[in-house]
Write a new protein. Structure first.
Length: 249
């Protein structure tokens, strides 16, 4: 009969040894940490609300340098705007903690050689999301100019901050989300779901599919933004294949 060593350290149970109650308890613990991080991040974002608003308003001022003021249409619009900004900023600030808690929840289900990739995956996910959001912010003035000229010169703009911020935040979120594509693709290769040779063989269909994805995930529907999103996704596809080959050795 084996006698367990008293090391003074409580080991996390393996998934096979965990009961349903233990799984739910672990999930609740991770959710509490994630929600707490979101609340703290939202409070920080609310404290820097005006600075965030100025940054997000800058693309509009580039398109209309002489008149880039926002006009609210109702008494509750300023409150709704602040809540919207706090929620988006809180989610962005808390994203490393949320991703880390997700990793901690799924860690017991990973093999030892897979666990070492978890932290790099979390870091890459945060960096790629930020890069995608930054790219959307950079091309947003071109999207605004395109949308402004679509209706013709007889139209005069009076923008609501809620509608404007909904568009730019949605575009930043979607670009950031699509930039998670290489992380997912490499993960599927490491899990054995996909093989690098299969992906390489299907590169033509992948280019067509990624181009369509870029068209769907571009809310402004302007050609430049679609192209700016499609090119990195196609590059990520081939880079992911190379990483999958390298890590699979």
């Amino acid at each position: 009969m084996a006698i367990p060593l008293l090391t003074g350290r409580k080991e996390r149970p393996t998934p096979d040894a965990m009961t349903l109650v233990q799984h739910l308890t672990e999930l609740r613990k991770r959710l509490i940490f994630s929600v707490s991080a979101f609340v703290v991040g939202a409070a920080i974002a609310a404290a820097f609300y005006q600075g965030m608003l100025n940054i997000l308003q800058h693309p509009y001022c580039r398109v209309n340098p002489h008149n880039c003021a926002f006009y609210v249409q109702g008494p509750l619009d300023p409150l709704t705007l602040r809540i919207q900004m706090a929620a988006f900023g809180g989610l962005f600030i808390a994203s490393p903690v949320i991703l880390f808690q997700l990793w901690r929840f799924i860690t017991p289900g990973l093999r030892r050689n897979e666990k070492r990739y978890a932290i790099p995956f979390v870091i890459c996910s945060v960096v790629l999301f930020a890069a995608g959001a930054g790219l959307a912010y950079a091309v947003f003035p071109h999207a605004l100019a395109f949308l402004k000229h679509v209706g013709g010169p007889s139209l005069k703009e009076i923008l609501s901050p809620n509608q404007y911020l909904s568009l730019i935040l949605l575009m930043m979120f979607l670009f950031g989300l699509t930039f998670e594509f290489p992380v997912v693709l490499v993960g599927l290769q490491l899990a054995g779901v996909l093989k690098p040779n299969q992906l390489l063989h299907a590169w033509r269909w992948a280019i067509i599919g990624l181009t369509l994805v870029a068209a769907v995930f571009t809310p402004s529907a302007d050609p430049l933004s679609m192209l700016v999103l499609a090119v990195p996704l196609i590059a990520f596809y081939f880079i992911s294949i190379g990483i999958g080959k390298l890590l699979g050795r």
